[in-house]
Structures are given as C-alpha cells and as structure tokens.
Design a protein around this ligand. Structure first.
Ligand code: PLP
Length: 379
C-alpha cells in the first residue's frame, strides 16, 4: 500500500520529462497494421517497409536510401560498406553511438575539437589531424545544427577523404537550399522514439552511390547470398519490421504538424530566455531551416549558477533536463584502455556547460513557463 501511495504522489507532482514521443492517431496506425493479420508478411522487406523507403527517399531528395533497425547500425554498417581503414577524424561531442560505430569497425577515432558557436566539428582543425592513414571524416550535426558542410567537404576533397554525417538529430531540417541528407557521401538518421520523426526503433541511411545499396542490403541481412545457403560477408541482422515501418508511415504524414508544434514551443522558450546574461541559446546559422529537435542552452560563468547547479534546481522542480552531451565520448570508461588524447578543450568546456531543456510537440506553454522560471528566478 505504501508503495502505491508513493507512486500516486509522484504522479500528481507531474514531472516534466526531457522528451515525449509523438504518437499518430491510434486508428491510423491500426488501419495500416490490420492487413498484416491476413498477409502474415511482417518482416524482411515487407510492403510497408518498401513504401516507407520510397517515401523517405523522396522526402530527403536523395538517390539512395535504406532503412535499418536503428540509427546506430545504419552508421556502423555504412562505415563497413565504405571500406574505410586506419584513422577517422571525428568529434567527441556527440552521442556515444558515433564513436562506438567507428571503434567497432576496427577504425581509430582521431578526435577533433568543435567550433564554439556551432558545436559541430571545427573544419579549421581537421587538416592538422590528417595523416597518411586518414580515410574519412565522421561529423555530427549536433542538435540539428548543421556542420560547416562547405568547409568540411573542401578539406575532404583536397585529401580524398570520405565524409560521413551522423545526422541522427537532423531529420526534417534543410540547409542552404538542400535537405540535410544531401550532403556528404553518407548520412545516417535515427528514427528512435525520442527523435523528431520515429519508427519506435529504427534508422536510415542516405547516399548517392548506387553500388552501396546492394552491399548494405546484404550486410543488413547477415551477408547471406540468395537462396540462403551461403554467406560471403560477416553481416548481421538490421532489418526493420512492418510494425515499425507502419509507425514511420503514420508519423511521416504528421511530421509537418509535429515540427510546427516544436517550433511554437521553441519560440515560447526563446521569448522567456533570450537576453538573460550568461545563457547562450541555439546559434543563428545562415541558410538553416530548423527541425526543432532540441533546446540546448550553454550556461556561461556570468549566469551565476553552474550547469550542474541549474540541473539540480530543475530536478527539484520536477523537471528532467539532460546533460547532453556529457561526458565527451573519449572520456567514457569503455575507452579507458585506448588512452585517447583529450586535446579538445572547447568540446570539454561545452560538455560542462550544456543542458538540453525539455522539448516535445505536445508541451504546454505552462510547462515552458515553469521551466524558464527556474532560470529567471521569478517563481
Ligand atoms: C540517437 C542517436 C544515434 C543512434 O541512433 P539509434 O537509432 O538510437 O541507434 C546516433 N547518433 C546520435 C547523435 C544520436 O542522437
């Protein structure tokens, strides 16, 4: 009984979570999955999977697109299919998936510092890290802020490096007149439940090279040859099911609405937080059409509270903000044995100052006000 009471009290206090998945109308989802009870074709490139693939290829305006069971495997298998070797220049200011995908491919991550304003890899610092063993740049469009794509691609062209973008945060955003998926040799998206567009779990890869398509389909399906009696690659299973594809089709229909709602929430935040000394908000990037995926703030010394103190204050008010990204990926204990250099001081500083405030489509104005009151002190 005591446990039950405690649970009820917690509920009534109404915690505001950092995110909440967007859900399509139930009947819309139900009508898409109902035929599966007839066809019994629920996996392995079913009809919904193929339809979602085509719809996303069109939406992203890319010649090639593949679905995966999650964003991580879209990246890990992409690095494998691109036949990279040696060193890969990347940013430590990212979700751990980016670094894991590199290391799990037997590649050596070489950590480059970030730009203090964009929070994405600093193209001016890439060239100094290039050696004869460098094969690629793996950059991340963090929080939906696009990397300086022109500068990165300039360095890459000069040194004949592949450019891979972890665009997990950037689905739905456009930059300099193109969909974000159109940049680089290979871009991955995460369709995880916490992202702007989701398939519950899921992910995708966009690229130009038609030769990669069959290779990736093959790796995505255990490396099995037609007939299933032979495998000529050490692949794995990264196929998305029909139930996930159905969620994607429904959510794609609702995407414009979801982004518009996130935009409205973002504008309420901006109105309340912009101009507070010591709080840096989302940077102004020329040519960016945002997807409103996250609401990151950078807390400078003059604000008066440290990031950790601000996070604690929010927690006490029943608000789950997230120290995202903290720590840097090169500081995770699983990489202790690698002794990666830690010469990325800007990234280290930002990781200690950044906080992602709750943001999701159905957030109310009152929720935003409650959160901002913790920063303005006017509660
Ligand atoms: C979410 C995310 C991933 C991994 O995507 P999953 O679909 O969860 O596997 C990779 N990189 C970044 C930056 C992410 O935010």
């Amino acid at each position: 009984m005591a446990v039950f009471t405690e649970y009820r009290i917690k509920e009534s206090n109404m915690t505001i979570n950092v995110t909440q998945s967007s859900m399509p109308p139930f009947d819309e989802y139900a009508s898409l999955i109902r035929p599966l009870w007839e066809t019994r074709r629920i996996a392995n490139r079913g009809a919904l999977h193929e339809e979602l693939t085509e719809r996303l290829k069109e939406y992203l305006n890319v010649p090639e697109f593949l679905l995966f069971v999650n964003g991580h495997l879209a990246l890990e298998l992409g690095l494998q299919a691109l036949d990279l070797c040696g060193e890969v220049i990347t940013s430590p200011f990212t979700f751990i998936s980016t670094t894991h995908a590199i290391v799990r491919n037997g590649l050596t991550p070489v950590f480059c510092d970030i730009d203090a304003k964009r929070l994405t890899i600093d193209p001016e610092k890439i060239e100094g890290l290039i050696t004869e063993n460098t094969s690629a740049i793996v950059a991340v469009h963090v929080y939906g802020i696009p990397c300086d794509v022109a500068a990165i691609e300039g360095v890459a062209a000069k040194h004949r490096l592949k450019v891979i973008y972890d665009a997990a945060h950037s689905f739905g955003s456009r930059h300099l007149g193109k969909n974000i998926a159109e940049y680089g040799d290979y871009s991955i998206f995460s369709f995880h439940a916490t992202k702007v567009f989701h398939t519950i779990e899921g992910g995708g890869a966009a690229f130009n090279d038609v030769g990669l398509t069959e290779k990736l389909r093959h790796l995505r399906d255990f490396g099995l040859c037609p007939g299933g009696e032979e495998a000529d690659e050490i692949g794995l299973n990264a196929k998305l099911s029909e139930f996930h594809a159905a969620m994607g089709l429904c959510n794609l229909n609702n995407l414009t609405n979801v982004i518009a709602k996130r935009k409205a929430v973002t504008h309420i935040y901006d109105g309340l937080l912009d101009g507070i000394p010591g709080l840096r908000l989302f940077p102004n990037i020329t040519g960016l059409k945002r997807n409103y995926a996250y609401y990151p703030i950078i807390i400078e010394d003059i604000f008066g509270l440290t990031r950790n103190e601000a996070a604690e204050k929010l927690t006490r008010a029943g608000i789950n903000a997230r120290k995202y990204f903290y720590p840097l990926t090169n500081a995770f204990v699983c990489y202790k044995q690698f002794n990666f250099p830690r010469n990325t001081p800007i990234a280290a500083d930002i990781a200690n100052r950044v906080l992602c405030l709750p943001l999701y489509a159905d957030m109310t104005e009152d929720d935003v006000k409650k959160i901002c009151a913790v920063f303005t002190g006017k509660r």
